[in-house]
Design a protein around this ligand. Structure first.
Ligand code: SF4
Length: 375
């Protein structure tokens, strides 16, 4: 029988039951029941490694907020698909929103179900959205010369088996007009052993990385996630020739503090992880009530955090992933008046378009009508 690696044991022994997680946190009675009820709607999954980062004496602990269900999740409001993913789907499990990029939902599994996930509609659920045929997806990319990169995401792309990861690498490294291949994975943050202890995965990344540049796009949201284990995983990726990029989500109660965000950005650049996006949290059902930060406040937080960085840390952009494109939140030009710019546009006429909007103090998102016409 094949011996399990440490990360496989951690994964196998993950906590997927609300009552079990409640017990580990010392919660009892109604609180434990409530946690279980939420888990029945939005699956819970965490593991001993990520749980070890929680300060159990602090009910407001940011690591806890990202991994343990909260009563807010059951409140009304929000939408399931806030960036129009259904309308961009061209094949089962494959989206083509931006000209140059094909996005693949390779699995609906993750090593942890983040409470703030914008794909809450599918992670850990058999939604059918993340099933796809690699040969058909590769054929689509082959036929579309305008596609220069593929983002293999999920769920978590590194929750696929190494065999499946190799199939993706084989299929896409063979396509001449692709410049690089990206994997979207939170494993460096939530189960870094998946990378640092799996020599087979490392060999695959090294082998195919010689043919086509490979990027790992991950999501560190808090400086306490940058542990020695996470640093080892990043070092292993870099040693394989992989470029590591980070997309942070701005989250109320987690990193909506300039000093926390500044610390995170600085730590990332220190360990060779380029922070390239700070995402405005989307108005997703089960997420928006407790995690979204108002845009005006978010902009002040991001600006203050960037003010404490050197040039590397300052390259990060504050953006929102809107159905019409990726919109950069440029800054407040007068009190309450914000300037935006399309960083990536779904429609050619929006490319690089700059527009201003007057925002309410509590406004956290732009409606579709607020981005189309000049106001
Ligand atoms: S790892 Fe990514 S896809 Fe999975 S739950 Fe977290 S944010 Fe969502």
């Amino acid at each position: 029988m094949r011996t399990l690696m440490k990360w496989q044991k951690i994964l196998r022994e993950s906590y997927a039951d609300g009552r079990e997680v409640a017990e580990l946190l010392g919660l009892e009675g109604a609180e434990a029941e409530r946690l279980q009820k939420i888990a029945e709607v939005y699956p819970v999954l965490t593991n001993s490694y990520y749980m070890s980062l929680i300060d159990r004496d602090d009910p407001e602990d940011p690591i806890r907020k990202m991994s343990i269900p909260s009563g807010w999740e059951m409140e009304d409001g929000g939408a399931e698909d806030t960036s129009g993913e259904a309308s961009n789907t061209v094949l089962p499990g494959m989206q083509h929103k931006y000209r140059q990029t094909a996005l693949i939902l390779s699995t609906d599994l993750c090593a942890m179900y983040c409470r703030h996930c914008f794909r809450k509609r599918l992670v850990g659920l058999a939604s059918g959205e993340a099933v796809g045929n690699i040969a058909e997806q590769a054929a689509y990319v082959q036929q579309h010369n305008e596609i220069t990169n593929v983002l293999i995401s999920g769920g978590d792309a590194f929750l696929n088996s190494n065999g499946r990861i190799e199939q993706y690498l084989q299929a896409f490294t063979a396509i001449d007009h692709l410049d690089f291949i990206r994997f979207g994975t939170r494993t460096p943050v939530v189960i870094p052993q998946r990378i640092s202890e799996d020599g087979e995965l490392q060999r695959l990344l090294m082998k195919y990385g010689r043919e086509k540049q490979i990027y790992v796009v991950t999501q560190f949201n808090h400086p306490r996630e940058v542990t020695p284990e996470a640093m080892e995983a990043v070092r292993a990726l870099v040693a394989c020739g992989v470029a590591v990029r980070n997309q942070t989500v701005l989250l109320a109660g987690v990193n909506d503090d300039p000093m926390v965000l500044a610390d995170l950005l600085r730590r990332l650049t220190t360990i060779n992880v380029q922070p390239y996006y700070i995402f405005q949290c989307r108005p997703v059902r089960g997420v928006h009530n407790h995690f979204q930060v108002p845009l005006l406040e978010g902009c002040r937080i991001v600006d203050a955090a960037k003010g404490l960085q050197n040039g590397q840390g300052k390259t990060v952009r504050y953006v929102m992933s809107h159905p019409t494109g990726k919109i950069e939140i440029l800054g407040e030009i007068e009190p309450g008046r914000m300037l935006f710019k399309y960083h990536q546009a779904k429609h050619a006429e929006d490319a690089a378009r700059i527009f201003g909007r007057t925002l309410g103090a509590e406004q956290t998102w732009l409606g579709e009508d607020e981005v189309v016409s000049d106001k």
